[in-house]
Design a binder for this molecule. Structure first.
Ligand code: 5GP
Length: 120
């Protein structure tokens, strides 16, 4: 899937739409999810035009991959989630129900998070 520069996270990264920022460096931006599913629900995005983990892992430069992964760890630490624990989740494609086509991870914490998947 080609990257669409009009997606909502691209617009947030360009500063066209505001966000509640938690962290930013040369590789990543983190901000609070607009519709939180846990007391802490933060999204961490790489700075680059990548739709998904498949796209990012295949096409991003090593420096960006390393910087992004380090940023995710830093955000979790800075939010105080390291000791109590937290969950990282990334939805991909239709089955994963990814709704925004710019790679992101969700970082959840602040309560016991329950089972990993809802049973259907
Ligand atoms: P996905 O469904 O792609 O895994 O996650 C997209 C997430 O982005 C959802 O949890 C949704 O609440 C969040 N989201 C969508 N639009 C906005 C927005 O404009 N601002 C913020 N902060 N979060 C958004």
């Amino acid at each position: 899937m080609a990257y669409d520069r009009s997606n909502i996270f691209a617009r947030i990264l360009r500063g066209e739409i505001p966000c509640k920022k938690v962290y930013e460096d040369a590789f990543a931006l983190a901000f609070h999810d607009i519709n939180p599913q846990a007391p802490v629900h933060v999204l961490v995005l790489p700075k680059g035009e990548y739709v998904s983990w498949a796209d990012f892992s295949a096409n991003a430069p090593d420096t960006l991959i390393a910087g992004y992964v380090r940023a995710i760890g830093k955000v979790a630490r800075e939010l105080g989630l390291e000791a109590p624990g937290y969950r990282i989740l990334s939805n991909a494609g239709e089955d994963g129900q990814q709704t925004v086509a710019h790679l992101h991870v969700h970082l959840f914490g602040g309560r016991k998070l329950g089972a990993m998947l809802v049973k259907h």
